[in-house]
Design a protein around this ligand. Sequence first.
Ligand code: BTN
Length: 262
Amino acid sequence: MDELAFRAALEGLPIGRTALLETIGSTNDLAAEWAGQVAPDFSLILADEQTKGRGRAGRRWLTPRGSALAFSLLLDPAALPQAEPGLVTGLGAVAAAEALETLFGLQPEIKWPNDVLLGGRKVCGVLAEAHWAGAELQAIILGIGMNVAPSSVPPPEALALPATCVEAETGQPCDRPMLLRGILESLLRWRPRLGQPAFVAAWEERLAYRGQAVALVSGAEELHGRLLGLAPDGQLRLEDDARAVRQVPAGEIRLRPKLTGK
Ligand code: BTN
C-alpha cells in the first residue's frame, strides 16, 4: 500500500504507533513484540505480504503481496469495557462485516466465532490473541485478514471452507486504504460497547446458520444441535439433540453446518 494513501486513510483517527510494511512473517507477531515494549493503545501494523500469516488453531493464513488487507491492532485492556479475546474476536468480525455492508452494500454473515462470509464463502478471518507479562494482561492483539483481489484467494485444496474476495463479490477494483478506514471506524464505534446488548445484537443479527443444524468440533469431540444465537458474553447458544440449551465458549472450537439427513 502506498504510504501516502495509508496516512490519508488514518487521518483524524485516534491511532497509536503505526507501521506499514512491505513484507513480514505475521503482523500479529510484531504486534506482540510491540506489546512487550508497551506501545500505545490502537497501534496498527499493516503488511502488504505475510510469509508466516497465522489463523486460528495454528492454521496458515496466506497473504500474497498487495492482494489483501492484513493488519494487527494492539488494544490496551484498560481501553476495553471487557478485556475478553472471545468478545474482541466478535468485535473484529462485526467491524469487518459492517464495513463490507456500508462501503459496498454487500450482505456478509459471521460464521462464529471469527469468519466473515459472503455468499457462504470466507472473505475475512479474525485472530484475537491475549498478550501476558506474567499475570498481567498487557494487550489484546486483534489481527484481521481480508481477501481483496482474486490472487488473495487460496487454492481450494488448501481450504476447509470455500473462499472468495471483495473484488469477486463487487465486480469492481477495491480501494484497500478506504476499506481499511471503514473497518477501523467501525471498530472504534463498537469498541466502547463491547459486551453490551447492542454489540451482541449486532454480532448475532449477522450470524450464519441461525436456526440450522450445526456441528461444533473440538479436537476429537463433536457437539451437534441447532444454532440458537449468542449469549450476552458472546458464547454460542446451541440446542443439543436432547433439547437442552448449551453455551459454548470460542476456545479452539470449529463450527460447521450439518448437511440435512446426516
Ligand atoms: C482465521 O481465519 O483463522 C484468522 C485469520 C487471521 C489472519 C490475520 S492477517 C493479519 C494477522 N496476522 C496474522 O498472522 N494473522 C492475522
